[in-house]
Design a protein around this ligand. Structure first.
Ligand SMILES: *Cc1c(COP(=O)(O)O)cnc(C)c1O
Length: 455
């Protein structure tokens, strides 16, 4: 009998509901505030940007939200996704730890993002929306939403962070193939973009700036809505099918994780894999360690502050209570474009504040080293974002070896890196630079947040 390597589920075993972790949390997240009045905003304030179906999910107190049949059916194109035991990596590390990974790279666009893109396009379609605008960093979210919009016959307009637009021409072409239009951000198509370009004509762009552009477009056209690929409660919730599937698959493997690890940009793939396991901690007294892995050059969880801040750079969104480096923080142009965001989702931030989850930061070179070790041991070439989780996993596995203890580690391999070869080329040719962010730079960015501290 060979050792089982891959744990699969049938379509019938796909989760039937999304999990809303706020229903299980003792300390609920603080409300978003209106930036002018500093008063909590109601759901109606979001109506210009999002369809009601999604706004209801954003504020719901229900624990389980039934997934519409059409969404489940579309997801079944690539779901359930496989769970693997990383025998190759365990051997390479010579560790007593058992390592498992959930692989989300089997989706059409190559990451976990279509899990929410399909759901969001579905609710927009239900309410007759004609066009959706969005931003994209590395291009993963833009391609996922392009794919989803194409299916529902909705126009899709993507503001792509300029540095990624130049680094990743194939991501742009992928979006074009699914019928979307792609604009390098900052652009002169919006007032927000024009303002940034006037001050910084060579700006490499950032997710915060691209969000400002996409939001402005939606706010100024009645047939256009806006869609976000991370950060918001409903987005995090749509991803919880990852962890729910993984829990069943771990059971089939006859195992249960002691540690769950995931890369962290705004929190969606972390929430996706970790929240269903955190439920065991919150409701059944289990003690699974959930670790979010972020870049040392954009360390909002490990070096940011818990404050009310804007979700975008210009200040068009409501104020959100989150771990942030300040909305003016423009991360260095590292290759993990999907992690270059100044803030963290509200729910994840509250969990970190309450020490119910942990965070680690890794430098870029360590991450690529980890990614290449993984590719050589397991075959799959990870997205640069996923390399951050792998760096944490390797550190955990090495610690297990030093301590001579076994433990079971599960991580989210949230996407493949097949469109990120330019990043690997830079690493392999020795051109990839370590980027050092100084504490002074962090303090300067944080000092620009002008909202009061949360006590
Ligand atoms: C978007 C993205 C991320 C970061 O976003 P989260 O919302 O934190 O998941 C990480 N990895 C990949 C592959 C992505 O596409």
């Amino acid at each position: 009998m060979t050792k089982q390597r891959k744990f699969l589920l049938s379509e019938a075993e796909m989760p039937e509901a999304w999990y809303n972790i706020t229903a299980s949390m003792a300390n609920k997240p603080l409300p978003p505030l209106n930036p002018q009045t500093q008063e909590p905003i109601g759901p109606e304030a979001l109506a210009p940007l999002f369809p009601m179906g999604l706004i209801q999910q954003e504020v719901t107190t229900e624990k389980w939200i039934t997934i519409p049949d059409e969404v489940r059916h579309l997801n079944s194109l690539w779901r359930p996704t496989p769970l693997y035991r990383a025998y190759g990596l365990e051997k390479a590390l010579d560790t007593p730890a058992k390592i498992y990974y959930k692989y989300e790279g089997v989706s059409p666009s190559g990451s976990h993002k279509p899990n929410t893109a399909i759901a969001q396009a579905y609710y927009n379609k239900q309410e007759g929306v004609k066009r959706i605008t969005t931003e994209t960093g590395a291009g993963q979210w833009g391609s996922a939403l392009s794919f989803a919009c194409q299916h529902f016959g909705i126009e899709c307009e993507v503001y792509m962070v300029k540095i990624s637009y130049n680094q990743k021409p194939y991501r742009k072409l992928m979006m074009n193939t699914w019928g979307a239009s792609v604009i390098a951000s900052p652009s002169d198509k919006t007032q927000a973009g024009q303002k940034v370009l006037a001050e910084h004509p060579d700006s490499p762009g950032s997710l915060g700036i691209a969000i400002s552009e996409a939001v402005e477009r939606a706010a100024t056209d009645e047939h256009t809505k806006y869609s976000l690929g991370s950060v918001l409660n409903h987005v995090l919730m749509h991803q919880t099918i990852i962890g729910q599937e993984a829990a069943v698959q771990m059971e089939k493997a006859g195992d249960f994780p002691d540690v769950v690890v995931s890369p962290f940009g705004g929190g969606s793939n972390f929430a996706g894999i970790a929240f269903p396991f955190l439920r065991y901690n919150l409701e059944e007294g289990k003690n699974i360690r959930c670790i979010a892995s972020e870049p040392a050059s954009c360390p909002k969880l490990t070096k940011g502050v818990f404050r009310y801040d804007f979700g975008d750079t210009i200040g068009m969104t409501p104020l959100l209570p989150m771990y942030t480096l300040g909305h003016n923080f423009v991360p260095a142009p590292i290759h993990a474009g999907g992690l270059r965001y100044h803030g963290a989702g509200v729910v994840v931030s509250q969990l970190l504040k309450d020490k119910l989850i942990a965070a680690r930061a890794h430098h870029q070179l360590e991450c690529f080293e980890a990614g290449i070790q993984f590719a050589q041991a397991e075959g799959i070439i990870p997205a640069p974002e996923a390399n951050h989780a792998i760096a944490t996993v390797i550190a955990e596995a090495q610690r297990a070896k030093e301590e001579g203890t076994s433990k079971t580690i599960l991580f989210n391999l949230c996407g493949h890196g097949n469109f990120d070869m330019a990043a690997y080329e830079d690493y392999l040719s020795g051109k990839l630079q370590e980027h050092q962010l100084t504490d002074q730079e962090i303090q300067e960015a944080i000092a620009q947040i002008d909202t009061p501290e949360i006590v």
